[in-house]
Design a protein around this ligand. Sequence first.
Ligand SMILES: [Zn+2]
Length: 209
Amino acid sequence: MEDLKCTKFNTVEEQVIPPRGFYARHIYKGQVIRITDLEGQQVPDFICFNRYNHVEKISVNNTLLINGNIYATTGHVLYSTHCNPMFTIINDTCGRHDLICGSCSEYSNALRYKVRGTPNCRDNMISALAPYGVCEAEIPYSFNIFMNCPVSLDGSISIQEPISKPGDFIELQAEMDCLIAISNCPQERNPCNAFNPTALAVLVYDPIA
Ligand SMILES: [Zn+2]
């Protein structure tokens, strides 16, 4: 707890997301979600919706446009399709995340790696959100925490192994009541998770002023 701005809080929920697993819940305005990379080099894909209107959801495009940076970190805001603030990043011990490479899917794995039926983040999101009545067509592309996709001066991009170390975490404070979903990325065919998917920890808490 060494690097926290909020040193006092009431825990709402603590959970471990197993390798290749997923997670979803409602989060109220003011609450904080901390996502910890337990073993290092593991990517959670993160998406969120306005709790009361799922048409409004995270826009990675608005987020990078309004922040003016493709590498979101502490102080940056995740914006919605309606350009409303959804979450503010209040702590980030890693400093490298991705807004441009989307989520792995059955289709991208088939195209890129010639394999069918692979575990993937899009299917994880579908499973996570089905209990909330969100269908595949409503699921946006994701903020990819700890994902390391540097952009070169010539515009080329590549997926590289994350720089996150065991215990690195990010904290997102809700700016509106949200439904969130996380896919613990199961990708093993590129360096996204250093070829070894591992567990993540989630802590949701109410800060105490
Ligand atoms: Zn993935």
